[in-house]
Design a protein around this ligand. Sequence first.
Ligand code: ASP
Length: 333
Amino acid sequence: MGDGSKISRRAFGAGAAGLAALGATRASAKPAKPKTIATGKPFILTTWEFGPGANAIGWPMLASGASAIDAVETAINHVELLGDYWVGAGGVPNEVGETTLDAMIMWGPTHDAGAVGCLKRVKRAISVARKVMEETQHSLIVGDDATRFAARMGFTETSLTSVVSQQAWDKWAATGAKTTAFDPEPIASADKLVGHDTVGSIALDAAGNLCVGCSTNGREFKIPGRVGDSPIIGAGAYCDQAVGAAVATGNGDVMMRFLPTYHVVELMRGGMEPQAAAEATIQRIVDAGYQIDGGIAVIRRDGVHGGAKTGWADTPFSYSVQTATGNVTVPVS
Ligand code: ASP
């Protein structure tokens, strides 16, 4: 090996000083060759009850000509900072009481993606994911190193624990309960997860470009280090500039095994209608015997959308789509 490789290995092993020495980020590490398809009218789709509020933030941006990536990031930031228990800071503690975040973003024109898993002490996970996508050649950075990366990109470190998440953990820990993560797979009987959410947004901008993103704090009382489906490309979210995009939510430990958002977009590429494609994708998981709560929302680039779920008998899963004609919320049954 030549001297160059030694220098670069020393630099990478040199901790904080070495990272600082690595210095400024490149304007764009990945060459972007936009594949713009100038058809389709702008829309923004967001999952769960966050939909109308997030769309109300993202839609005016799209209507005034902003990029789909800015609309998706801003809509998801809005939800990440709401203080909701199931998404973002201040919710869902892990087994040792810490909140950690998973997020990803994918940009249609370049088929580029960025994601963070088990991100600690940084609130706007989707924005850190965007930095992974735009500033590096990497697609996924995890754990404490994701936090270090975020700091390097200028994000502030802060506790993700709130009074609510602390109380939830205190109450759970006081019962002596154990994480359900060591339970048998949810095949012979239904999973016992009490709740878990992800916010997912998909936007098409006036220039015809598609973007998808998602963000979550994952599964309650998870084993530290657990990364769910959300930051896995094709699992938590996926988009294809020529076809459409999809977002997922639910028991990510199982759902990621089926790459449901990739699968549903590929079914649409083959000509299946969005609603039929969503149902076929969820049916795959059911047919494999899994008894989980899970859902997907999908939208083709012409604005035709669909959704499907399994489980969640008592939880109304929905998604909302905003276009120039207003916002529609679609209950998924
Ligand atoms: N899919 C997320 C996870 O498992 C949680 C959810 O959407 O309900 O991390």
